[in-house]
Design a binder for this molecule. Structure first.
Ligand SMILES: [Zn+2]
Length: 418
């Protein structure tokens, strides 16, 4: 994960751009990707696919030719999708187009204007005092051309056609935690899932924020009914604890499993309802007329600032640790494993099972909790509660309950209801 981040982070990966395509190609060399393309100008539901944007150079000079800001120094110095300009402006006009972040005065903020043509620069707030003259030359050499928006999809087939989508975006230039960390974790999850025998099919989907999801879903409307859940991944490498944003439905199994896993591992965690923790593509996946229950897992501390370096040039590899990325990967894999291995056990016995006779007695010295609750499990085998429901209700480990009930299954004391 560290290597992917080191190799990709400083590139320009704007929505439709060479830099984005290059980064997607890189990901496609690690996991097999089908690349869906949608041309600029094409309608996608109520949206229009933007043009390909490339910026060659951008700077601000005073009238003596002293360069006060130069894109060469940092990709964030220009507003993403900024219009081209070559003009002498007065100080007031310049300041109206010069963005800073007062709460992080030594960092360059990330600004973008994808859908309205305008020009703009970004600079450290502490450098605003450089702009004390009356006139400046502003120069941006950018091009807007017809291109193709690209979505990378890695399908990991399971026994069922029904699928679970893991979504991450790749379009934030020169930043790491938001959004490259989600891609790094998604790629690792894909590698792990390829090693497993799966019940559901999994779709790892790498795209540019919002418009990528609109483009993907609007051009694949036929598969929407077969996507059972979505899991959005972002901001997974910084030092905050993991946070959950629940689906719009709020009480779907994906919500319950995510809460169960996070609670079991961490006790307390930020557990917010739909659109209250971090707002991303779940607005599309779980949005009007799509309705796929989509949770989001991040390390956001909540709106609006998420983490101190959010959307600035301080979002670098230094604020992301492999341990945190791995922890996020493991948590997601645990959620997936529960959903993938769950089933509804239905009793075939009458009266309490003679546990010792079937070699099902749990030694209280080995597992006191399971010993105590084994009869509670036995009372819940009517076919209306899944293994996960039972583990959740009794506050037991899913794996313990599943391993125990698998033995009941082997001994033909229960049957699986699909
Ligand atoms: Zn962002």
């Amino acid at each position: 994960m560290k290597k992917l981040i080191e190799d990709l982070w400083f590139g320009r990966r704007d929505l439709v751009s060479f830099g984005y395509d290059k980064a997607l190609d890189y990901v496609g060399k690690i996991i097999p990707l089908t690349v869906h393309t949608v041309p600029s100008g094409e309608k996608a539901w109520t949206w229009t696919i933007p043009d390909q944007w490339e910026v060659k150079s951008a700077y601000i000079e005073d009238m003596e030719g002293n360069r006060l800001l130069d894109l060469k120094d940092h990709p964030l110095h220009v507003v993403a999708y900024s219009d081209t300009i070559d003009k002498i402006v007065n100080r007031e006009e310049l300041l109206a187009h010069l963005h800073t972040k007062t709460t992080r005065p030594n960092a360059i903020p990330y600004e973008f204007k994808f859908y309205k043509r305008d020009w703009g620069f970004c600079i450290q707030h502490n450098k605003l005092n450089l702009f004390n003259k009356e006139k400046y030359r502003v120069f941006i050499d950018a091009s807007f051309k017809k291109g193709e928006l690209k979505i990378g999809e890695c399908v990991i087939p399971g026994a069922k056609k029904e699928s679970i989508a893991l979504i991450a975006h790749l379009d934030h230039p020169a930043m790491v935690n938001d959004d490259l960390s989600g891609v790094a974790v998604a790629v690792e999850i894909a590698k792990e899932l390829f090693k497993k025998k799966l019940e559901y099919t999994y779709r790892i989907i790498i795209l540019p924020e919002t418009i990528g999801s609109v483009a993907y879903l609007s051009s694949n409307e036929n598969i929407i009914p077969s996507i059972k859940y979505g899991i959005f991944l972002e901001m997974l490498g910084n030092s905050n604890s993991l946070a959950l944003q629940r689906s719009r439905q709020d009480t779907e199994k994906i919500d319950r499993v995510a809460q169960y896993v996070l609670k079991k591992r961490f006790g307390d965690f930020l557990n917010g309802s739909f659109r209250t923790v971090v707002r991303n593509d779940e607005m599309v996946w779980n949005g009007p007329g799509v309705d796929i229950p989509t949770i989001s897992v991040s390390r956001s501390a909540g709106e609006p600032n998420h983490y101190p370096e959010y959307h600035t040039s301080d979002d670098t590899p230094e604020i992301v640790s492999v341990e945190k990325l791995e922890e996020a990967r493991d948590v997601i894999l645990e959620m997936i494993s529960i959903i993938d291995n769950d089933y509804f056990p239905k009793r075939k016995f009458r009266g309490p099972v003679f546990l010792s006779g079937y070699d099902l007695w749990i030694d209280w010295r080995v597992n006191p909790e399971m010993n105590k609750k084994s009869e509670q499990i036995m009372l819940r085998l009517e076919g209306n509660k899944s293994v996960f429901d039972i583990a959740d209700e009794l506050d037991l480990s899913f794996l313990d309950v599943k391993n125990y009930l698998d033995k009941f299954l082997e001994k033909k004391l229960i049957e699986k209801i699909v």
